[in-house]
Design a protein around this ligand. Structure first.
Ligand code: FES
Ligand SMILES: [Fe+2]
Length: 427
């Protein structure tokens, strides 16, 4: 084999580096007709409204005290209705605007406003105005009704619809494990002090190895997975919109969520690279090879095997899904992260960890391992690093895209092209 050392040496390190596309090429690649920044500017600040969102656990809604959550810029109040279901109403009392979230349940299945005692049922009907007495003429009037939001309780999680249109079928917005009996779905939630848009765009770009380099998840990766993490976002990336709701990911270098595929498990094992940066006077990154050798050791001790993905439903496998789902298929369990917009500056990050245990013992094991280990390693240790990276991100300053931004840009395009809020513009 002849090696052309002459021409190699005559090139600078930058010339030898793989050609990364420019930001404009990225945009051309995702097929956008306008610049990514204009896509960004079209994304609604308070989130897409025409979708089902997880709000809280049914167990958090008291029998005597309502529970409330701020979502999509508004406070929603949850109480137990007369039909036994969890009901949701807008916070502002239709009388003079007092906060129903500060109210009480004096009578089963109702909520009473803390100011003059207007008392509503789960349909929003005003049953009584306690302060006015039994002859109050406002009771039963259409104009006295509280604004109600439709709810669904699935696997103990309350989902709410805050859209202006009729609710879409829940199956379109909520993953399939919520509708099957044999699944074990566990929940954990936190808040990030940043808007929902950067919270969502924190996926499948080149941040993974950099941001998460000291997470236990990355430190425990075998070499061939770490190699792919190092290249994440920089290789060719193909995306596919499925049913107008999911942005499926198909990238040779993607590792999380695709790590279970046979192709990656069969990939050639090689020590993950340490890059040299000429403009940093030849400095190396990672600075030492300790993490990289650790990955080779793990590769040797515990080589990854080709395992089938857990989720076979194409729409809900690894990737992104409207209005704010990110999914990673770990073969043994499905990990989903849902970004629920709170307001312009805050997002609620809800984690769902799903298994399909085949026995009662395995079910108990699934609960124990989630609470003792997975929740910490995935949701606190690993995802907490994402939260730190995007906290306070300036989403309105000019951007200069790199080739590794292709997937988040495809997501922006997906939102403004397929988001129901754009398909069903409100008058
Ligand atoms: S403001 Fe709610 S009862 Fe008066
Ligand atoms: Fe991340």
């Amino acid at each position: 084999m002849t090696v052309d050392t002459q021409s190699r040496e005559s090139k600078t390190a930058e010339e030898r580096a793989p050609a990364f596309p420019t930001g404009d090429e990225v945009i051309a690649r995702v097929g956008a007709t306008s610049r990514a920044q204009s896509l960004r500017d079209q994304m609604p600040v308070q989130g897409l409204r025409e979708y089902w969102y997880p709000a809280l656990l049914a167990s958090e809604v008291g029998r005597r005290k309502p529970a409330s959550r701020k979502m999509l810029g508004e406070i929603v109040v949850f109480f137990r209705g007369r039909n036994g279901n969890i009901a949701a109403v807008a916070d502002a009392c239709p009388h003079r605007g007092a906060a129903l979230s500060r109210g009480d349940t004096h009578f089963d299945g109702t909520i009473s406003c803390p100011y003059h005692g207007w008392t509503f049922d789960e349909t929003g009907e005003l049953l009584a105005a306690l302060g006015d007495g039994p002859d109050a003429r406002v009771a039963g009037l259409k104009s006295s009704r509280a604004r109600v939001y439709p709810t669904h309780v699935l696997k103990g999680v309350v989902f709410v619809w805050m859209g202006a249109a009729e609710p879409s079928p829940a199956e379109e917005d909520i993953p399939p494990e919520f509708f099957t009996e044999d699944s074990l779905v566990m929940w954990s939630a936190t808040e990030w002090p940043t808007n929902w848009r950067p919270s969502m765009e924190n996926y499948m770009d080149s941040h993974v190895f950099y941001v998460h380099r000291n997470s236990l998840r990355i430190l425990g990766l075998p070499a061939r997975f770490l190699s792919s993490a190092l290249k994440l976002g920089t290789g060719k990336i193909n995306t596919k919109v499925i049913n107008g709701r999911a942005l499926a990911l198909d990238a040779p270098n993607a590792f999380m969520g695709l790590a279970t595929t046979a192709s990656l498990a069969k990939a050639k094992v090689q020590a993950p690279p340490q890059h040299v940066f000429q403009r940093l006077d030849g400095a190396k990154w990672p600075a030492t090879r300790s993490r990289l050798w650790l990955s080779m050791l793990i590769e040797y001790l515990n080589p990854p095997k080709a395992k089938p993905p857990l989720e076979t439903n194409e729409e809900w496998k690894a990737g992104m899904h409207l209005p704010g789902w990110i999914s990673t298929d770990n073969s043994a369990f499905m990990y989903r992260r849902m970004v629920v917009p709170i307001d312009a500056e805050h997002s609620r990050i809800v984690y769902f960890h799903t298994r399909y245990p085949k026995s009662a013992l395995k079910r108990i094991w699934g609960v124990v391992i989630f609470h003792l280990w997975r929740n910490w390693s995935y949701n606190y240790n690993f995802s907490g690093q994402d939260g730190h990276a995007v906290e306070g991100l300036y989403y309105d300053t000019p951007e200069n895209l790199s080739g590794s931004d292709a997937y988040p840009m495809a997501w922006r395009r997906m939102v403004v092209t397929w988001g129901r809020d754009f398909l069903r513009p409100r008058s």
